[in-house]
Design a protein around this ligand. Structure first.
Ligand code: GAL
Length: 648
C-alpha cells in the first residue's frame, strides 16, 4: 500500500487506513500543543511500509544493527525493548514483560530519532526485531545448533513490525533531531505534559481504609506532633457509603461531617484526595441514571458505565462536583481500571457505544482521568492524583501510575521507562521489613513524581522506625528544597514535551556498549535458546534538567554507577566524582542521602529556609531557565507565568 504521510506539524506526520472512528488522543479530548509549531522542520522518513490484510493493518519500521528501540508501553524490567514481541493490553503488570501494562501506550521510539504512535484503542502487537519475512532471506544467516558456536535463536530482522487488529487506523510518525526530541514531539502532539499544583509535591499519606473521620483527624494530628509537613491526606474505599462496588457518596456513619473536616484541613494547607474505582453499586445515588449506559458485565457486582458517552461523563462530572468538589475535595485516586483478567469485565463484553470490552479496557483509565481533570479545569483549579491505567493522549492529565507490586528494582525501572510513555510512575511506599528498606524506599520516593505513603492496609507512618525518623525527615526536606527544580521540570514537560523522568539513553544516546547485542551463553535452565543480551541501564535515571539519580537498593550501602561521558559531581557535597564518565563503585551509608549527581555546568535552584539558592557544579558555563507561576490555577494556560534566566 502507498504510504502517504501528511505533514501535520514540524517533524510530525499522520497517515490513515480506512476510516478510524476513535483515536486515543481524540478520546482523551486533547489537542496537540501549540508549541509544536515552533520546532524545526524535519525530513520525513520515507522507508516505512504498510499493508492491510484481513483484519490486520501492519506497518514496518526499518532498523539498522546499531539502532535500539524504546517504548511500547510502561516497562518494569527493561528500558531497551529490542528482541521481543509485546501484545499490548491494559492489565496489572504480571511480572513478565509481554505487553500487559498499566500504560500499554502504542508508541515506539528508535535511537535514530524516529518514533511511531498507533493512535488507536484497538489491539496492537509490536514485534521488535522478531518477525522474519521470507523475502528478507538474504539477511538471515543459518547456523547449525549442534556444530556451530555462533548459533542463536536470535537472527535479528532489521524491522519493527507492528500489527493493529483493525483496517481503520491512524498512525502518527515523529522525527526528532535525536530520541529526546522525538519523544518531546510525541508528548506535545498528545497535548504536552501537565504541571501539578505546588501542593502536589508535598508529603501524601493515604489512611487505612477502615478509618473514620476521627481516626483521620488523629493521623493529621500525629503528623503535626512529629513535625512532618503533611500536604495531602488520601481517603481509601471506606469514605463511601459502600465499596466495592462504589457509591461515590459519603458514608454518613464514618464521615458525618466530611465538609467541616475538609475545610479545617484546608485551613492548615492539607488537601483531601478520594479513592474510587469504576464499578458502581445499586446503593449509589447515581446508579439509576447510569444503569442504561452500563456495559454488559459487572465488576465486583457493580455496573461499569461507558465513559465514551458524553451523557455518562456529564452525570459523573456533576456528581463529583456537587458531592466532592463543592465540599473542598482536591482530587482522586482512580483505582483498578487496569485488570486483572480474573475480576475485570471480559474482552467480549459489550458497551452501549458499541465498543468491545477489550477496547473499553484500553480507554477506561484514560477517560476516568478525563472526567475528573475536566471538572477541575472548568473550575480553574489544578488537581493531582493517581491512576492505575492510562494510554496515549493522557500526557496532560495530572495523574501518576502505581500498582500493587512492591519490587524495588521494578519501581526504579518504572521511573526509567515511563519517559517513553507520556505517563509518570510512582514508587509508592507502603511498609518495610527493615530500617534499611524503609530508608531506601523513601529516598527513591523523595525524587519521584509523588511523595506518597500508602498506608491503606496498615498503619505505617514516616516515623514508624524511630531510629530512621530523622533520616526520613531529612529526606522529605531534600524534596522540599528541590521544589523549584522539580516545578521547572514539569513546566518543560508542558511547554517543551521533555519528560521529567528519563533513562540515561534519552539524554546521552547509546553509550557504554548499549548498542552491542552479545550472543547469550547457553544455559539449559536460565538461557536454553542462547538469547541475546543487550546492555541496558535500568537502575539509574535523569530527573529534571540534568540530575542523575542512582538509588541504592534496600540492605545495600554501595553500588556501581554508570556515568555518561564528561565530569560529574556529587550533588550533596559538590565534589567531583569522575573526570570523564565511566563506571565506578560508590558508597552510601545507611543514613546518608541518596546518591544524586550533577554534570559539569549544571545549575540547580533550591529553596532553603524559604529563600531561593542556586547550586552550580563544575567549571563549564551553565544556563538554566527557572519557571514559576501561581502554583494552583490554570492561569499559566492564559500566559501568566515567567521564566528567569540563570546564567553562570
Ligand atoms: C488496591 C490499590 C491499593 C488500595 C486498595 C484499596 O487496588 O492498589 O492501593 O487502594 O485497592 O482497596
Amino acid at each position: 500500500m502507498d504510504l502517504k504521510w501528511n505533514n501535520a506539524y514540524p517533524g510530525v506526520w499522520t497517515f490513515q487506513t480506512g476510516e478510524p472512528e476513535l483515536t486515543l488522543t481524540g478520546v482523551a479530548g486533547r489537542k496537540p500543543s501549540s508549541h509544536l509549531i515552533q520546532l524545526d522542520e524535519m525530513e520525513c522518513p520515507e522507508n516505512l511500509t504498510c499493508d492491510v490484510f484481513g483484519k490486520y493493518t501492519v506497518i514496518r519500521i526499518p532498523l539498522t544493527d546499531d539502532d535500539r528501540v524504546f517504548g511500547s508501553g510502561l516497562m518494569f524490567q527493561k528500558v531497551i525493548t529490542d528482541n521481543q514481541a509485546y501484545h499490548l493490553r491494559v492489565d496489572h503488570f504480571a511480572g513478565m514483560e509481554v505487553g500487559n501494562s498499566h500504560a500499554p501506550v502504542p508508541f515506539v521510539a528508535v535511537s535514530n530519532g524516529i518514533g511511531l504512535l498507533c493512535n488507536t484503542p484497538e489491539k496492537v502487537d509490536f514485534y521488535i526485531r522478531t518477525a522474519h519475512r521470507k523475502e528478507d532471506k538474504e539477511r538471515i544467516v543459518e547456523h547449525d545448533r549442534a556444530s556451530d558456536g555462533n548459533w542463536s535463536c536470535y537472527n535479528p530482522p532489521y524491522f519493527i513490525e507492528i500489527a493493529v487488529q483493525s483496517s481503520d487506523v491512524e498512525f502518527v510518525l515523529f522525527r526528532g533531531k535525536n530520541i529526546k526530541d522525538c519523544v518531546a514531539r510525541f508528548n506535545l502532539y498528545c497535548g504536552g505534559g501537565f504541571i501539578p499544583p505546588k501542593w502536589g509535591f508535598g508529603l501524601w499519606h493515604r489512611t487505612n481504609m477502615t478509618m473514620n473521620e476521627n481516626d483521620v483527624q488523629g493521623v493529621v494530628e500525629d503528623y503535626r506532633k512529629h513535625d512532618f509537613p503533611l500536604s495531602v491526606i488520601g481517603l481509601e474505599p471506606g469514605w463511601q457509603s459502600g465499596s466495592y462496588p462504589c457509591t461515590y457518596d459519603w458514608s454518613e456513619k464514618n464521615f458525618p461531617n466530611a465538609e467541616k473536616m475538609i475545610r479545617n484541613f484546608l485551613k492548615d494547607g492539607i488537601r483531601v484526595n478520594l479513592w474510587e474505582n469504576p464499578c458502581i453499586s445499586e446503593r449509589s445515588s447515581v446508579y439509576k441514571k447510569l444503569y442504561p449506559y452500563a456495559g454488559s458485565h459487572l465488576l465486583w457486582c457493580g455496573i461499569v458505565p461507558d465513559y465514551t458517552l458524553p451523557e455518562v461523563r456529564t452525570i459523573l462530572k456533576d456528581h463529583h462536583k456537587t458531592t466532592h468538589f463543592a465540599k473542598g475535595v482536591s482530587g482522586y485516586k482512580l483505582d483498578e481500571s487496569d485488570g486483572y483478567d480474573k475480576w475485570l469485565w471480559p474482552d467480549h463484553a459489550q458497551f452501549p457505544s458499541g465498543l468491545s470490552g477489550f477496547v473499553f479496557r484500553n480507554l477506561c483509565g484514560l477517560l476516568f482521568q478525563r472526567i475528573t481533570y475536566e471538572l477541575y479545569h472548568e473550575q480553574d483549579q489544578r488537581t493531582y492524583g493517581l491512576t492505575r491505567s492510562t494510554n496515549a493522549g493522557g500526557v496532560g492529565f495530572p495523574y501518576i501510575l502505581y500498582n500493587d507490586r512492591y519490587d524495588f528494582k521494578e519501581f526504579v525501572t518504572g521511573l526509567c521507562s515511563c519517559g517513553f510513555t507520556g505517563a509518570l510512575w510512582c514508587p509508592e511506599v507502603r511498609g518495610a521489613k527493615t530500617v534499611s528498606e524503609w530508608i531506601r524506599r523513601f529516598q527513591l520516593l523523595a525524587i519521584s513524581p509523588m511523595l506518597l505513603l500508602n498506608a491503606w492496609a496498615n498503619y505505617a507512618t514516616p516515623w514508624m522506625f524511630p531510629e530512621a525518623e530523622e533520616t526520613i525527615r531529612e529526606t522529605v526536606k531534600l524534596r522540599e528544597s528541590l521544589l523549584p527544580y522539580f516545578y521547572t521540570a514539569f513546566a518543560k514537560y508542558h511547554f517543551e514535551g521533555i519528560p521529567p523522568y528519563r533513562p540515561l539513553f534519552m539524554d546521552y544516546g547509546l553509550f557504554l556498549n548499549a548498542n552491542k547485542a552479545t550472543l547469550g551463553e547457553l544455559d539449559d535452565t536460565a538461557n536454553p535458546y542462547q538469547e541475546v543480551q543487550t546492555t541496558d541501564i535500568k537502575d539509574q535515571f535523569i530527573v529534571g534538567e540534568s540530575l542523575m539519580a542512582a538509588p541504592l537498593e534496600p540492605e545495600t550501602t554501595s553500588r556501581k554507577v554508570i556515568f555518561p561521558p564528561g565530569k560529574w559531581f556529587d550533588f550533596h557535597t559538590g565534589k567531583q566524582v569522575v573526570e570523564n564518565g565511566g563506571v565506578i563503585e560508590i558508597f552510601c551509608g545507611e543514613h546518608d542521602p541518596m546518591p544524586l549527581f550533577a554534570p559539569d555546568g549544571a545549575i540547580v535552584p533550591v529553596k532553603v529556609d524559604g529563600s531561593l539558592q542556586v547550586k552550580k557544579f563544575g567549571t563549564k558555563p551553565g544556563k538554566y531557565m527557572l519557571y514559576d507561576d501561581d502554583g494552583e490555577t490554570f492561569a499559566y494556560e492564559r500566559g501568566e507565568y515567567h521564566w528567569t534566566e540563570l546564567l553562570v
